[in-house]
Design a binder for this molecule. Structure first.
Ligand code: GTP
Ligand code: MG
Length: 200
């Protein structure tokens, strides 16, 4: 479609979720194609960028990978405010992280950005034998709360690119309705008057 050709979109994306769920690993898999068995816990937040080209648009992601440790919780609003997309991650081998993910969803929804695109991601599906949270459980919760759900593995790369492509596609869809620049309305008449007040 010519209308949307060469559209350039810059989007702030934030990852939230309990510590150790694999947020950094998902980002590193997407941005660098790498996975570390002993990934260090994030301090504060980490910032990454990555560009994705779809047929109709080029999306530049500004990715904020937040720290899941409780002591950094109060920093989170800085990262999710103004975000175009949020990815809430839990670890399928830990029910606690699923409960924590639900709290993140509620917190982000409460801040009231109706346009925010939110994904719920069930990571570490390569550890099937240790699974505590069933696929249906995650899917149902996501459906009931208007989220898009995906199961991933940063380790095997299962669904990782798909996740970011899916987000990009949703952003492209949403973009035309968003103001992207200055809108010029009817120009005010300038005949004789000054536009800004002043003392003479
Ligand atoms: N088996 C398996 N291990 C994973 C996967 N994703 C991450 N891990 C491991 O889980 C541990 C934690 O991963 P991180 O990416 O650091 O988790 P995080 O969510 O960024 O943690 P914080 O920065 O503390 O919030 C690391 O040792 C990773 O190697 C996965 O899909 N499968
Ligand atoms: Mg991390």
């Amino acid at each position: 479609m010519a209308r949307s050709k060469n559209k350039n979109i810059q989007a702030k994306l934030v990852l939230l979720g309990d510590m150790g769920t694999g947020k950094t690993s998902l980002v590193l898999r997407f941005v660098k194609g790498q996975f570390l068995d002993f990934q260090e816990s994030t301090i504060g937040a980490a910032f990454f960028t990555q560009v994705l080209s779809l047929n109709e648009a080029r999306i530049k992601f500004d990715i904020w990978d937040t720290a899941g440790q409780e002591r950094y919780h109060s920093l989170a609003p800085m990262y999710y405010r103004g975000a175009a997309a949020a990815v809430v991650v839990y670890d399928v081998t830990s029910s606690d992280t699923f409960e924590r993910a639900k709290k993140w969803v509620r917190e982000v929804q409460r801040q009231g950005n109706q346009n925010l695109i939110m994904f719920l991601v069930a990571n570490k599906v390569d550890l099937e034998e240790k699974r505590q949270v069933g696929n249906e459980e995650g899917e149902l919760y996501a459906k009931e709360n208007g989220l898009t759900f995906l199961e991933t593995s940063a380790k095997t790369a299962h669904n990782v690119n798909e996740l970011f492509y899916e987000i990009a596609k949703r952003l492209v869809k949403a973009a035309p309705s968003r103001p992207t620049g200055m809108k010029l309305h009817n120009r005010p008449r300038e005949s004789g008057g000054r536009l800004f007040c002043c003392s003479s």
